[in-house]
Design a protein around this ligand. Sequence first.
Ligand code: NAD
Ligand code: ZN
Ligand code: ZN
Length: 353
Amino acid sequence: MASQIPTEQWAQVIEKTGGPVQYKKIPVQKPGPDEVLVNIKYSGVCHTDLHAVNGDWPLPTKLPLVGGHEGAGVVVAKGQLVDDIQIGDHAGVKWLNGSCLACDFCQQADEPLCSKALLSGYTVDGSFQQYAIAKAAHVARIPKDVPLDAIAPVLCAGITVYKGLKEAGARPGQSVAIVGAGGGLGSLAQQYAKAMGLRVIAIDTGDEKKKMCLEQLGAESFVDFATSKNVVKDVQAATADGLGPHAVLLVAVNEKPFQQAAEYVRPRGSVVCIGLPAGAYLKAPVFESVIKMISIKGSYVGNRKDSAEAIDFYRRGLIKAPFKVVGLSELQMVYDKMHRGEIAGRYVLDTSK
Ligand code: NAD
Ligand code: ZN
Ligand code: ZN
């Protein structure tokens, strides 16, 4: 088996913060004792990868860096301590590449909060290469009947919005506003919300995203944040009784909606912050927040169980979100479109091209 693994591979590498990414050949690494080497077939491109290129966040990346954390592929090598995943199994390299499994948070299955967490495509090399390494305990187990291109976006976007919807606490029949609905997280959020029995109000901009949300993803209404004269009123008006959505999932990449959501959420409702716009602050009026008894919280990816559940929703045929496949070599084009807000759904890279 090992003889089939090349010594060199194609990868997209960030040499310096600010980019651009460089498509070039780099060595294939060998997995450590508790790691697996995954031959990545497809990798989704998350907006987080663009934040990493731009150095947007108060957390430095490794440099040089191979980005990517929605990598779906086949296990081709494993360390000697690994016995619960086999060569030939399908696996996903997700944002959480590894964690200590021993700290207070890891013990409670809150491993995204582990202070020693390794982050794919950020603090360790990720999935924008043909062969990526991850801790065996953390790679997502992907059933063989699930297509690797379609499952790639689930490995970050899907897991994250599924977890966020659980954190929102909304019950079947209640309404959720998805802010940033036309993007990668937002498109999957609509499908998970629908599968969980929630009624969706989609918020984003442009006719292409509007059509996708209403005709493909199951949103009941769409509010265009760029053309609406009053987003707060329009979102509230989109709920059956005009009192506003029970939950708001903020997956947008701009600060403004993080300062509006508390105004239109329903009394007793929850605002779940997921998007991570650079340098942004949350704002909510104290008076209304108190007398409406609203909750505002953050939600960060998901644990191993959330990951398995999110993949199972997909396997059961409940999740269908549009994605476009292009070659790994075309990553810079994807970033340019993402920067301009032009992507409806997700781009997935085919690492063979
Ligand atoms: P994306 O670029 O695919 O989508 C973002 C969408 O937000 C776009 O459709 C854009 O039109 C929309 N938008 C911009 N301004 C808006 C506004 N004012 N109101 C409503 N919509 C607006 O990005 P993505 O890959 O879906 O990622 C979204 C964000 O989530 C990024 O900041 C990313 O880093 C973050 N993220 C967080 C987690 C987490 O665990 N918390 C996980 C993954 C991604
Ligand atoms: Zn991501
Ligand atoms: Zn830990």
